[in-house]
Design a protein around this ligand. Structure first.
Ligand SMILES: [Mg+2]
Length: 366
């Protein structure tokens, strides 16, 4: 379990595929979307007012051309770009757009880590083509929501994040597995997460300008100067990172629910629906790279009374047939067939990542 209380998935085998998504000038883009007259104009989304102690929250790319950037005092931004249109922050509105974007991501994998309102990591199982998926996500965010985004695909979170920042806005980049170090080498060292001002000051004694320069500093010298951080820097500079996706609560289970058009006591109708839902749950588990320990059946009767019953399996599964027979069994035991059913649901809980399974089977602790 992670510090945040989400699932903590540790990977030690196979090449990973991590997509980093960052929405472009998110708050400003939503404002333009809602008010097309702002299109193409310098827009500043701000907290507070220009005469007081207002601060720039997000500037559109048109405003950035004038040197306006996030966290800048608003009076300064107004000096740099007097023609800017200043609009107040509306967090509720942006949260709703953010939620829609995350829902699109969730359709592709349950290994989703939302880092902030406009940024997320999504891990794609090895047997799928992450590049095609990332392209499709970018297109769908544009077509279905109307927002621009930048996506990067790499073998870990660190490299995908750094790569994403090199191609904004409306960017797309793939860093091939094995190519991490070469990709990072020419970039200025401040592009590396964790290489803040104080660290860079200390790195001057090795004349470190680029990430490649940092990679060449002997590991023991970095360790002597920075301790544990030095070890991180050495590995990060070579594009090595095994930091896991920390999923949020929404992805702790996989489930399907369906309300019948009209309440039914027809066992064949209910069984058929249940089978279909169980198969879809199995497919979702497979797609996300999970197995489930516990299978849950939910039944709601016509009078809205609801029961949930569950089976814990001897071994975690993602097998459709196993899940189908589990739910069929639960239905047989727990459905009071004199009562019409309004809704049924199938849930898979106690998720275990495929790669963690591999470790369990070998008895490796992590
Ligand atoms: Mg952004």
């Amino acid at each position: 379990m992670s510090k945040k209380g989400g699932n903590f998935l540790c990977y030690t085998c196979g090449v990973r595929q991590v997509i980093h998504l960052d929405l472009d000038a998110f708050f400003a883009s939503v404002e333009v979307l809602l008010n097309p007259q702002l299109q193409g104009k310098p827009v500043i989304v701000a907290m507070g007012n220009p005469s007081g102690r207002g601060v720039v929250s997000t500037a559109s790319y048109e405003a950035r051309k004038f040197g306006v950037h996030s966290a800048m005092p608003l009076f300064r931004a107004a000096q740099l770009c007097p023609q800017a249109i200043i609009v107040p922050v509306r967090h509720r509105v942006y949260s709703e757009y953010s939620r829609r974007v995350m829902n699109i991501l969730r359709e592709y994998s349950l290994l989703l880590e939302q880092v902030s309102i406009d940024e997320a990591y999504l891990e794609i199982p090895a047997e799928q083509d992450a590049k095609t998926i990332a392209k499709e996500i970018q297109q769908r965010i544009k077509d279905e929501i109307g927002l621009d985004s930048t996506l990067a695909v790499a073998a870990n979170k660190l490299v995908s994040k750094v790569a994403c920042n090199t191609v904004k806005p409306r960017g797309f980049i793939v860093v091939a597995a094995g190519d991490e170090e070469r990709f990072l080498a020419p970039l200025p060292v401040e592009k590396l997460p964790g290489a803040g001002r104080v660290t860079r000051e200390k790195l001057k004694k090795w004349n470190v300008q680029t990430i490649g320069d940092l990679a060449r500093v002997p590991a023991e010298e970095l360790r002597a100067e920075f301790g544990k951080v030095g070890e991180y820097l050495q590995r990060a500079a070579r594009g090595i990172s095994d930091s896991a996706i920390e999923t949020d609560r929404d992805t702790k289970s996989v489930s399907q629910e369906n309300t019948f058009e009209r309440d039914t006591r027809d066992a064949r109708v209910i069984e058929k629906e249940l089978r279909g839902m169980s198969e879809r749950v199995a497919r979702d588990l497979q797609r996300a790279g999970y197995r489930a320990r516990t299978i849950v059946l939910k039944l709601r009767y016509g009078d809205f009374t609801t029961i949930t019953r569950q089976t814990t399996l001897p071994a975690p599964t993602r097998d459709a047939q196993t899940i189908v027979s589990c739910t069929a069994n639960l239905l047989e035991i727990h459905w009071d067939s004199r009562r019409a059913v309004r809704l049924i649901g199938v849930g898979a809980h106690g998720l275990v990542a495929e790669n963690a399974m591999w470790q369990m089977e070998l008895g490796i602790e992590n």
